[in-house]
Design a protein around this ligand. Structure first.
Ligand code: G3I
Length: 353
């Protein structure tokens, strides 16, 4: 056999051997695509400044999401230490992180009755002085972040459950029933470009609250009060509310020419406390639930799809665990920062039909 044929035979044998004996074992699975790369709209995560020094949190959040909402640090309680006293550091750190990672920032939230600092709850001055303090706060915060924050929840959860009546918050008591319109205007005056949202939970299934929110939108639009969108928090379970109710509320917002933000998505899989661990069956149900919600959002006109924001990164981070007292696994990543079937459900729903 001439030398050339000899070498050719050797090469063929080696090639055959290397295919037959795979020393590295099975190929590792391809990593799942990043939601931020696949979604035709911003996909957000509620994030806390305390996690910025944890490389697992920052790398998974930055790879996966294109929007960031401060779960705590951009609320009035952590920012406002008193009239003219602002604690910016934590919010600045989150905004800086988002900027470096090419993530937009959704500001949450300028006014929320649950995070009003004591100096305002117990404000000793006149009603006019109270409103001047609120206007000063909104103007200062919105102006500070106008180059970084794409949108604000101007008011969060202003209407009572079931009745749909205006909550008797300190804002209402000191500024009157029309305070919402004025604070939206103060935010607009501070930044002509930022998108202004009203944010609430329960509107898909709480008829009176839904009616109150839509009546507010109609009233704003009749008076030229600036509003660009409505946030549906979508703190849901794997079965409730029916997707048709969520879709009906989204359509009601879109029909008014406003954008929809699914602003705080999490999917409880243990609402009845019957699980002590996440079963494959319940995980599959969660995957399908996430998929149907994302698919319903995908069906909206593209210019009305503001964003979908997950209310936390990993299951153990969720507020739901302490709030309801049950073991819960409501998010897209497990305790080891691994994507769950729910992540795959989100991803699959992003693929064009
Ligand atoms: O980190 C601070 C700590 O430095 C400080 O000493 C301590 C003093 O109380 O507070 C710590 O902050 C906590 C913060 O979460 C961060 O962990 C606050 O106590 C705690 O009240 C806060 O809870 C947040 C809650 O809103 C109230 O702001 C939850 O994380 C957050 O998930 C929850 O999110 C809300 C949305 O904003 C509105 N929709 C409902 C949703 C669930 O309640």
């Amino acid at each position: 056999m001439n030398i050339r044929l000899h070498y050719l035979a050797l090469i063929l044998c080696f090639a055959a051997l290397s295919c037959a004996q795979d020393p590295t074992g099975p190929e590792p699975p391809e990593p799942l695509a990043a939601l931020r790369d696949e979604a035709p709209f911003p996909v957000g995560v509620a994030f806390q400044a305390s996690r910025l020094n944890n490389a697992q949190y920052t790398s998974v959040a930055a790879r996966t999401f294109s929007s960031l909402t401060a779960e705590w640090e951009m609320k009035m309680n952590p920012i406002s230490g008193g009239r003219g006293i602002y604690n910016w550091q934590a919010a600045d750190d989150l905004v800086a992180f988002a900027r470096v990672q090419g993530m937009q920032v959704h500001g949450h939230t300028l006014l929320w009755h649950e995070t009003t600092p004591a100096w305002l709850e117990n404000f000793a001055g006149s009603d006019q002085e109270f409103e001047e303090a609120i206007q000063e706060y909104i103007t200062t915060v919105v102006d500070r972040y106008k180059d970084d924050v794409a949108s604000w929840d101007v008011v969060n959860e202003a209407f009572d459950n079931n009745t749909g009546l205006l909550r008797n918050s300190v804002y209402r008591r000191r500024m009157g029933d029309d305070y919402l319109a004025r604070v939206f205007q103060y935010a607009r005056d501070a930044d002509p470009n930022v998108l202004l949202f009203y944010n609430d939970y329960g509107t898909p299934y709480d008829a009176n609250k839904r009616a109150a929110v839509l009546a507010m939108v109609d009233d704003f639009q009749s008076r030229g009060i600036p509003i660009d969108g409505v946030g549906l928090q979508v703190h849901v379970t794997y079965t409730f509310p029916p997707i048709g109710d969520i879709t009906a509320m989204m359509d009601a917002i879109v029909s008014r020419g406003l954008k929809v933000h699914l602003s705080e998505l999490d999917v409880r899989v243990n609402p009845d406390g019957d699980l002590t661990t996440l079963t494959p069956a319940r995980s599959q149900a969660q995957k399908e639930r996430v998929g149907e919600i994302v698919s319903a959002f995908m069906a909206l006109p593209s210019d009305k799809r503001y964003a979908i924001t997950m209310w936390g990164l990993r299951d153990p981070d969720s507020w739901l665990i302490s709030f309801w007292g049950n073991p819960e696994w409501p998010l897209l990543f497990d305790a080891d920062f691994a994507p769950k079937p729910a992540y795959e459900g989100f991803l699959e729903a992003l693929q064009p039909e």
